[in-house]
Design a protein around this ligand. Structure first.
Ligand code: ASP
Length: 483
């Protein structure tokens, strides 16, 4: 019997997870609560007399009880861990994969000028697609004005529910730290002072890329003979890590079940989601348009069917949707683009990791819509020059955003600040869009990953490096090792 294609298996897992989550919250467990933990906070109360002199210090230990619905509790203990294990596995191989494939890719080049050429094209095309995305976002939000219909009551409700939320406070703090950095900080951050430290932290992907390029170029410079042992090592490591991707993907249909069941059970009240429906639809409409733009670019430039492109890249898109992280999806994007689409290794191994870090078209489109939406809702005028500022800061923010869930919201704060949004209203602004952030994050991450794959194909085509796919199955050589 013919095996069901991987993307269908993953899709079935996703639908299963969503249905399971919905059924669970409809049962009694969806409303019954359990005590999860009691937090003991030790607080010192200082008693002073009217002259301000210390009279006594009292140590009290108020207890705070944390409750959760039974459904949420069950999922967090028995389902969510499987999703986490899967995401951890993907993250585990990201650094070895970038190192091995980039070093192999560069050391295979015959001349360094080609690499410079590829680097320049990649950056220029990434910037161009991001500007298209932001422009689409701005056109959509100005045409549909989703913020105008939001009532004062909804604004009050949302800000009462969310503006004190520790998640929102955390995002505001992170944004403040990033804003204080100087203009060249991004360049400084790219150069590691310790290679091992860079490799030990997935958020330092650009540093790993820098190190790999540096090493690869130096290998070219010492000549083929001297570089041979190291090259063999990285060639072999590259094959092994790609095999690991195959093996991890075998578990993907089950893992996405766990990831999506968790999203459904932990998501907010559907009523809140409905209040923001018009805004969410504006973002979704923009994201769909962006996918159409990619398909057009692909068919016009690469001259292959866009449906073929979408079906080859589908497993990576589905994972991006389920994990909300382009960094976690990177190993799968690389495998699909290289083995299943035929983009040559030296292009895929440079363009895709760089893209996962600096090219976030979905995120920047979302930032443009969200920034104008909150201004519309709060009655703040956004002039044409402010909209142009949004284009520029959203572009820079997409370069600076980490490829992890929710990062886009942090950068939104910086975009809002660039248009002189009143800082005391920032918590309200984030509160307004927080409830629908997770589903929108899933969708914008899918667009981010599709954008990276499109640009990798275009760069490969322009350099004559779009070859024929060479699909490796997870069970190649299995007989040899099991017989
Ligand atoms: N989650 C997105 C990504 O990893 C970033 C964001 O938009 O929050 O691509």
């Amino acid at each position: 019997m013919k095996k069901l294609a991987l993307h269908w298996q993953i899709l079935i897992g996703m639908v299963g997870g969503i249905v399971f989550g919905f059924i669970l919250i409809q049962t009694a467990w969806g409303s019954e609560e359990v005590l999860v933990k009691t937090i003991k906070e030790s607080t010192r109360i200082v008693h002073e007399n009217v002259d301000g002199q210390l009279v006594a210090v009292e140590q009290v230990q108020p207890e705070q009880e944390v409750y959760m619905t039974k459904a949420r509790h069950f999922v967090s203990r028995w389902i969510e861990p499987f999703g986490k294990i899967f995401v951890n596995l993907l993250k585990l191989i990201a650094v070895p994969l970038i190192l091995a494939s980039l070093i192999k890719g560069i050391s295979d080049l015959k001349d360094i000028a080609k690499f410079r050429n590829m680097g320049l094209r990649t950056i220029v095309i990434y910037i161009a697609t991001t500007i298209i995305a932001i422009t689409i976002g701005l056109l959509m939000v100005n045409a549909f004005e989703p913020g105008s219909g939001i009532s004062q009551e909804t604004i009050d409700n949302l800000s009462a529910t969310y503006s004190g939320n520790e998640n929102i406070q955390g995002k505001l703090n992170t944004a403040a730290q990033q804003k204080d950095a100087g203009p060249l900080q991004a360049l400084v951050d790219m150069v590691p002072s310790n290679a091992v430290e860079a490799m030990s932290d997935n958020s330092l992907m650009l540093q790993v890329i820098f190190f790999a390029i540096f090493l690869g170029i130096s290998m070219l410079l010492i000549g083929e003979k001297a570089a041979k042992p190291l090259k063999k090592f990285f060639d072999s490591l590259n094959d092994v890590v790609l095999k690991m991707v195959d093996l991890i993907m075998l578990t993907a249909p089950y893992a996405v079940f766990a990831l999506l069941a968790t999203v459904v059970v932990t998501s907010d009240d559907p009523e809140v989601l409905l209040a923001l429906l018009y805004y969410a639809l504006t973002v979704v409409g923009g994201l769909i348009l962006m996918i159409v733009v990619y398909c057009l670019i692909f068919s016009l430039y690469v001259k292959k069917s866009p449906f073929w492109f979408l079906s080859q890249i589908a497993p990576a898109q589905l994972l991006a949707f389920s994990t909300s992280s382009s960094a976690a999806t990177l190993p799968v994007t690389m495998e699909r683009v290289e083995e299943h689409m035929g983009v040559e290794k030296d292009v895929a191994s440079f363009v895709l990791p760089v893209g996962a870090t600096i090219n976030m078209d979905g995120t920047s489109l979302y930032q443009a819509v969200a920034a104008v939406f909150v201004c519309q809702a709060l009655g703040i005028d956004v002039s044409l020059s402010a909209q142009l500022t949004i284009v520029l800061t959203a572009l820079l923010a997409s370069i600076g955003s980490a490829a992890v869930p929710g990062a886009g919201m942090v950068m939104l704060v910086i975009v809002l600040e660039s248009i002189d949004f009143p800082s005391d209203l920032l918590p309200v602004a984030l509160a307004l869009i927080f409830a629908v952030d997770r589903p929108l994050d899933m969708l914008r991450t899918t667009v981010n990953v599709t954008g990276d794959a499109t640009v990798a194909s275009v760069v490969a085509k322009s350099l004559g490096k779009f070859g024929n796919p060479d699909v490796q199955d997870w069970d190649d050589h299995l007989d040899e090792v099991t017989s």
